[in-house]
Design a protein around this ligand. Sequence first.
Ligand code: ARG
Length: 475
Amino acid sequence: MSLWGGRFSEEPADAVFALSRSVNFDWRLAPYDLRSSLAHLAVLESSGLLTPEVSAKIRAALLELTHEVATGAFRYNESDEDVHSALERGLTEKLGEIGGSLRAGRSRNDQVATDLRLYAMDAMLATAEKIIHLQQALVAKAEEYSDAPAVGFTHMQHAQPVLFGHELAKHVHALNRDLDRIDDWFIRTSVSPLGSGALAGSSLPLSPEATATALGFKKSAGNSIDGVSDRDFVAEALFIISMVGVHLSRIGEEWCIWATTEFGWAKVSDSYSTGSSIMPQKKNPDMAELARGKAGRLVGNLTGVLTMLKGLPFAYNRDLQEDKEPLFDSFDTLALVLPAVAGMVATTEFDRDKMAASAPTGYSLATEIADFLVRAHIPFAMAHEAAGKCVALAEKNQIELHEISDAQFTAIHPSLTPEIRGVLTVEGALNSRTTYGGTAPAALGRQLAILKSEVSAFEANFSAKSKAFSGMMSA
Ligand code: ARG
């Protein structure tokens, strides 16, 4: 039964029903729809619009339906249009006419906006938890390799030696920013549209503030037209997810490179690799590749929703129904990728010898020569020039920088005294990078301690939010 048949003399054409129908994908909003119905019911009762007896019957039926939806005993059928109509059918089947009472003062426009916010908050909390698990895996690996030197890259060329733990820890910072964005997103998403009605609010004595509080929202929408049309929280969520996806794609790319035969740094565990159907020797880092590849899909979902919202007239338009599938898909995608990447990170072993051997190669210590001259008060431009000449000499003779003789050094620049050998080691280069956020062992130790406390703070913050949310859902 449709929710709007009164003024129509004909049933909708099949094609109309087929295109309008959203229940096949919006059914996952059912628990949130039922929960917000309970909050709406409480307001209808306290304002005297429903008698306590009728209210009690509807409440019992809503709770029963909530249970049946959770167990799968109640599901949508072929003639239901969307989650809202399917649940009203469920209620009417139990209660007869009074099952339709809840529609008073409420429209599917404020209902769907409320449901979607609740769903998004729930899904975002689950996402935050998975991000934190990945961070914990990265921090543990960073600690394991906090004393392992490796060459670091810019432009994919050997640049300067770094500790490999420093290399791994950088990803935790990126994910911290994502968690920060999620925290901030909650401020704008925790606004209840319930009570906005179709677009103009309600003439009935409702209390949008009371339903907002009951549903755990920080406040109620300040403008009913904005209340039913605001989908910023969807776009923002899709951006946050895309950013996480982009971060995962960069982790994936690194893992792919490190696992090549040419690099030979990463030994991805068998349980996080796949084989080839034709080449028996192959062990492929497919998890890393999928992490890289899925980012495209996430950005696509963001782009689709922003394009749908662009120029959209205010209040409700059916275009808005297109907000759900991309949002669901993005959350679902991350829910698959995050644990796979966390598992891959936790189980990968790195070849310390190969990484250490790479650390001084490709003239990665050339900056040490320039810095040595700067400490001897030579202007950096000249120091850079002299260090460049050392590289040219070494390259011409196919030797490493430390193999240049004392005489050759002083011929390039008189201040290049034999003391230069003190800095021409990986250890010397690493130990000297003591600035905040630098790669020196002591600086890395401090960095990892800070990261650990930041990750635990996020963990405490989001688990408190999750507890409050599940408390609200089961109230
Ligand atoms: N299925 C619709 C959606 O997802 C629900 C709201 C429909 N409202 C309306 N006035 N047709 O947006």
